[in-house]
Design a binder for this molecule. Structure first.
Ligand code: NAD
Ligand code: UDP
Length: 326
């Protein structure tokens, strides 16, 4: 039981049955906030919130946020996390991704406006595209191909940021924007196509790890508990942002693959495969703003977070019902 009263009585979490959303739902409920999770299950699963279903303070509503939706009980926080996020998912669901970022954000903002609730948009480091500034701070406008394959995600999030900012400035919505960098941890789908779950699945199965290109491209990996702490810190602050939430510890993808091989004890090695179109070359957050305004910084080093994630994958073998049919 929390020792202090919860900051929020009830939160709506769109995309709450997904990877990051399910950890947010858990943290909120554990902190004493009732949660209404709204999810169409296009990339998420009820299995991710099975530990919460049946509680009085948790409701799972299966709904597509591209359609207007309402919540009858009072709400004081809306976390808008609905959106496919893995490149494989958004390339499979291009129009749904665009509509979730545009219509879905409009509809989630309407719920916040109606209730006078704080609104937080899950934006992404993808708004920086294939960046020409390194590391990326929030003042950098990005380098995005507006018609490339990744544009369905990048431009949807850029539009969602513009819409959220306009609702804050013209309609007085109390809104904040987090730009999340690559987040990983338990409950990622083994076959969602992202590097961390793919490498762990392959290493545990004794298959070579499929590194794209020469593997020298970089990402900055944030363990999900750190991401959740950053999101809730912005939710509790009186700040619109956008604010980068990410771990500045930058790794090449080849280094990541070698770390997964080491931590799993696998001898499967690496297989180099074709690099996807417009795959960003570098990605690293400047987090001075989050440190200064939110007193937030990541705590979990990649080695520890990956070890925890590998342990979870060992306990959740591949026939997990959250994996889409092969
Ligand atoms: P995820 O695919 O695991 O979760 C997304 C959830 O949103 C799923 O449960 C899905 O079913 C739901 N959803 C999608 N479209 C919907 C719609 N129209 N209506 C209702 N529900 C819908 O992805 P994730 O990694 O947990 O990402 C969650 C959010 O965080 C996304 O908005 C993503 O853009 C953002 N983000 C994630 C990362 C990351 O590294 N994980 C990085 C940057 C931003
Ligand atoms: N990647 C890889 N092998 C895989 C999946 C991804 O080498 O099986 C690469 C991908 O090309 C990119 C990096 O790993 O350079 C991170 O990819 P991910 O999909 O995890 O995140 P994003 O590209 O959205 O940052």
């Amino acid at each position: 039981m929390p020792t202090t009263p919860p900051r929020w009585r009830r939160a709506v979490v769109t995309g709450g049955a997904g990877f990051v959303g399910s950890h947010l739902c858990t943290a909120l409920v554990e902190g004493g906030t009732a949660v209404v999770c709204v999810d169409d299950l296009c990339t998420g699963s009820p299995a991710n919130v099975a530990h919460l279903v049946g509680r009085d303070d948790f409701t799972l509503v299966r709904a597509d946020v591209t359609e207007p939706f309402a919540v009858e009980q009072p709400v004081d926080l809306v976390l808008h996390f609905a959106s496919p996020a893995s490149p494989a998912d958004y390339l499979r669901l291009p129009l749904h991704t665009l509509e979730t970022g545009s219509l879905g954000t409009r509809n989630a903002l309407a719920v916040a406006r109606e209730h006078g609730a704080r609104f937080v948009l899950a934006s992404t480091s993808e708004v920086y595209g294939d960046p020409r500034q390194h590391p990326q701070n929030e003042r950098y406008w990005g380098h995005v191909n507006p018609v490339g394959p990744r544009s369905v995600y990048d431009e949807a999030k850029r539009y969602a940021e513009a819409l959220t900012t306009a609702e804050a400035t013209t309609r007085g919505v109390n809104a904040g924007i987090v730009r999340l960098f690559n987040t990983y941890g338990p409950r990622m789908r083994a076959r969602d196509g992202r590097a961390v779950p793919t490498f762990i699945r392959q290493a545990l199965a004794g298959e070579p790890l499929t590194v794209t290109g020469d593997g020298r491209q970089t990402r900055s990996l944030t363990y999900v508990d750190d991401t959740v702490a950053g999101v809730l810190a912005l939710a509790a602050a009186d700040l619109t942002g956008p604010v980068n939430i990410g771990n500045p510890g930058e790794l090449s993808i080849q280094e990541l693959a070698r770390l997964v091989l080491e931590l799993t004890g696998s001898r499967a090695g690496i297989r180099f495969v074709e690099r996807p179109t417009d795959d960003p070359s570098v990605r690293c957050p400047d987090i001075d703003l989050a440190r200064d305004k939110l007193q937030w910084e990541p705590r979990v080093p990649a080695r520890d977070g990956l070890a925890r994630t590998i342990a979870w994958f060992r306990d959740h073998p591949e026939d997990d019902p959250r994996d889409p049919p092969r």
